[in-house]
Design a protein. Structure first.
Ligand SMILES: [Zn+2]
Ligand SMILES: [Zn+2]
Length: 125
């Protein structure tokens, strides 16, 4: 299915694809407005949530804030409870195992969000 993307949405998407920092809407806005000075935070916010609802990007709610990730393929996240850093864990098998494990005739899960919480290397020192 081809979905029409507005130029603004495309720019937002392209920025997200470039980074692995899981930015918030505010952070995306700060970057995207360098290229599109007329864009508003409300527009960025709306587009990010739309993209997430369509499954084009991931939306992670962490400490009551939304973070966005263009990588929707099978990876997991580790969140440091001290500094709030979000770190990608690229273990495809883990997600596949989880999906398979709960898969039954009652439900057919297509994606799984796995979030680990703990303390990162920097904060452990
Ligand atoms: Zn930390
Ligand atoms: Zn990620």
């Amino acid at each position: 299915m081809i979905r029409r993307m507005t130029n603004q949405r495309l720019k937002i998407m392209n920025y997200l694809k470039k980074v692995r920092t899981h930015p918030t809407a505010e952070q995306v806005y700060e970057e995207v407005k360098k290229e599109l000075p007329a864009i508003t935070l409300a527009t960025v916010y709306r587009n990010l949530h739309l993209l997430a609802d369509q499954g084009d990007i991931l939306k992670l709610e962490i400490n009551k804030e939304f973070h966005f990730d263009a990588d929707t393929c099978k990876h997991q996240h580790f969140i440091c409870r001290k500094c709030g850093k979000i770190i990608d864990i690229m273990d495809k098998d883990l997600s596949e195992y989880a999906l398979e494990k709960v898969s039954s005739k009652n439900f057919k899960p297509e994606c799984v969000t796995i979030i680990f919480r703990g303390i990162c290397k920097n904060c452990r020192r």
